[in-house]
Design a protein around this ligand. Structure first.
Ligand SMILES: NC(=O)c1ccc[n+]([C@@H]2O[C@H](COP(=O)([O-])OP(=O)(O)OC[C@H]3O[C@@H](n4cnc5c(N)ncnc54)[C@H](OP(=O)(O)O)[C@@H]3O)[C@@H](O)[C@H]2O)c1
Length: 278
């Protein structure tokens, strides 16, 4: 039974490919540009773009299970193509924000809610994977760490429980291979609430460097997020989320451990593995 991984070059998708292969599953990988894929040699790589139904239809030939990302243009093209396929399971990388009552109207939550709604309406057999805060977000600090050893932060004492991308992939693989016992659709977090300041310290420990933090006002933070090309509605969502995390409304769950039967990977482990990225 072949599983198609759409977005196999993504930081989570590439672990989904590796872990499915390790579990002895047949894997087909897709990327919008397969030439650039750089995937394991024993994986067949096809071109698929979630905004183009014909490419998805071709990639789905002979496939029974799919892992995919939530595309910014919505799920219409995937649903159209999947209606011709014979799928047993669709595992969507969604967002834990869809389950946060305080995130109503938040652009990131609403975008993922809309995608989930389209899959529900489609009648396809689907399961969401809902991480709340990916540890990989902190790769955005790499340039300033390299250049100055300082990280400019809005509300540095705000806490989150960043989840390792390998754990998110492992929960997705459990959902694809039928061993998730119904926990896969709950919010996924890392094992420990840490302030942004503590996360900087743990990266410093991994690098063997003393790193410092400078505090940004909300106006400065908006300008900084804007430099990365982030859309204004997404900046609002991020600011709202960080402010809530500094007001005692951070969320931590044991879903990863319940699904995988082992503790979730710590942020310190993530920082050591990613030291070369900083
Ligand atoms: N950041 C957070 O804290 C957070 C929290 C909750 C949920 N999430 C979810 O996690 C995602 C990020 O995961 P990640 O770090 O693994 O992402 P990533 O490394 O940026 O990879 C994104 C993948 O999505 C694929 N993709 C995007 N648009 C596509 C399209 N139209 N057709 C086919 N493939 C498409 C890309 O494929 P190509 O290789 O073809 O470019 C790429 O492989 C977010 O987008 C969000 O949905 C994030």
């Amino acid at each position: 039974m072949t599983t198609l991984v759409i977005g196999a070059r993504g930081s989570i998708g590439r672990h989904v490919v590796d872990q499915l292969l390790a579990a002895g599953e047949q894997v087909r990988a897709s990327a919008r540009d397969p030439e650039a894929a750089g995937l394991p040699e024993n994986v067949s790589v096809v071109a698929a773009d979630l905004t183009k139904p014909d490419t998805v239809r071709a990639a789905l030939t002979g496939v029974r299970k799919v892992f995919l990302y939530a595309p910014s243009g919505g799920m219409g093209a995937f649903v159209e193509a999947a209606s011709d396929a014979d799928l047993d399971r669709v595992v969507l990388l969604s967002s834990g924000s869809v389950l946060l009552p305080g995130a109503v109207g938040n652009a990131i939550a609403e975008e993922h809610r809309a995608v989930e709604h389209q899959l529900t309406e489609s009648g396809l057999p689907w399961t969401p994977i809902r991480p709340l805060v990916l540890a990989t977000n902190n790769l955005a600090w790499a340039d300033s760490i390299r250049a100055t050893g300082t990280v400019p932060l809005f509300r540095p004492n705000g806490t989150s429980a960043p989840v390792h991308e390998r754990d998110v992939a492992a929960v997705a693989v459990a959902a694809l291979t039928g061993s998730s016992d119904g926990y896969a659709d709950r919010i996924l977090t890392g094992p420990q609430l840490l302030s942004q300041r503590e996360q900087v310290e743990l990266i410093g420990t991994a690098l063997g460097r003393d790193l410092t933090v400078t505090e940004l006002s909300e106006t400065q933070a908006r300008a900084r997020f804007g430099q990365f090309g982030t859309a204004p509605a997404t900046i609002d969502a991020i600011i709202q989320f960080i402010a809530a995390s500094d007001d005692g409304r951070s969320v931590i769950t044991d879903t990863v451990e319940r699904v995988l039967g082992r503790p979730a990977l710590s942020f310190g482990e993530w920082a050591h593995e990613h030291a070369a990225d900083f």
